[in-house]
Design a protein around this ligand. Structure first.
Ligand code: ZN
Length: 339
């Protein structure tokens, strides 16, 4: 039965039995376990990629279930971390591969180390800041990756191979403007699926030894439009990320407490200067006089104070919901959780 698992994929001539063997020896890192990360990782797990690492900073909410296919109502009910819930589900889909779920932010501190171990990186993020970190880490390590984005019924896919194609920084003028997010204008599952399908196809092509196309693909699944733009001549010889003068600006580590506004979600993420020093048990004790509703699910702690909802991860990173102002979020973090 196990030998049958990949029979339809090996019958596909461009992959064949040799390609299947190659896939079993590869390691793919997927950044983000949201809609694109879920769809890509499920296809790659079923395809028999030897090792999959999936990293995500968030937890499962009910609004994710319409398109984030790895998650169940139980995951949302328990507020499970996406990385752990995804890794468990992927391992259940294919026990013959190795799956690692990392509950962390993909930032300058983690990016280089993770990317260096990969044969290929898949972008499953929802923001350009993280994509530029992927771009710099991949350019520095010489690892190819595929950018994917989707919003409403529209999607965009672009494979990037360091040394061969332009990088994301080279193409900055060609990229869609940020501002609209799936939290403000929505997204439908078919747009996610077609974007992920093209990303996974590029990943399988590269890992089985094929060259990737130098085209940025744009499509709208509702309007049934499909446009591909040749980008082969767009390498910027002065690019800060991929030229001989590269400084990799997005890999510069920041000092002190860091904050990030989660776009369209009325939420601020606060990251302590030192991660990994937090004890959830002592935090529970410390907060008991302030909060009546505290929920510790073993992966994170959720509590509400002053009508504000805090979600604290084991590494000390905290999402503060109901706040837009970074200064106020920092103040709340320092007051209730510590510096
Ligand atoms: Zn570049």
């Amino acid at each position: 039965m196990i030998r049958e698992r990949y029979s339809r994929q090996t019958l596909f001539a461009p992959i064949g039995k040799d390609g299947q063997k190659k896939l079993a020896e590869k390691h793919v890192v997927i950044v983000g376990a949201g809609a694109l990360g879920s769809a890509n990782s499920e296809m790659l797990a079923r395809a028999g990629i030897g090792k999959i690492t999936i990293i995500d900073r968030d937890y499962v909410e009910w609004s994710n279930l319409s398109r984030q296919q790895l998650f169940t109502e139980e995951d949302a009910e328990l507020s499970r971390t996406k990385a752990k819930a995804a890794a468990e589900r992927l391992q259940a889909i294919n026990s013959a591969i190795t799956v690692l779920g990392i509950v962390e932010e993909f930032g300058p501190e983690t990016a280089e180390h993770l990317v260096e171990q990969a044969d290929f990186v898949v972008d499953g993020t929802d923001n350009f800041n993280t994509r530029f970190i992927i771009n710099d880490a991949c350019a520095k390590a010489g690892i190819p990756w595929v950018y994917g984005g989707c919003l409403t019924s529209y999607g965009i896919v672009l494979p990037i191979v360091p040394g061969e194609t332009p990088c994301l920084q080279c193409l900055i003028d060609q990229l869609p403007q940020e501002g609209r997010t799936c939290d403000t204008v929505g997204v439908i599952a078919p747009a996610v699926q077609i974007t992920a399908a093209y990303q996974t196809a590029e990943c399988l092509k590269y890992l089985t030894g094929y060259e990737l196309s130098q085209e940025m693909l744009n499509f709208d699944v509702w309007q049934r439009n499909h446009v591909s733009v040749n980008i082969s001549s767009m390498i910027d010889p002065h690019c800060l990320s991929c030229s001989s003068k590269a400084t990799y600006p997005y890999l510069m580590k920041q000092q002190g407490i860091q904050t990030a506004v989660l776009c369209g979600r009325n939420t601020v993420q606060v990251r302590p200067a030192q991660t990994g020093n937090l004890s959830i048990a002592s935090l529970v004790k410390q907060l008991k006089p302030f909060s009546e509703s505290m929920k510790d699910n073993g992966e994170l702690l959720i509590f509400t104070i002053e009508n504000t909802r805090f979600v604290v991860f084991k590494d000390g990173r905290t999402l503060i919901h109901g706040v837009k102002d970074v200064k106020q979020a920092k103040k709340l973090y320092q007051r209730y959780i510590g510096a």
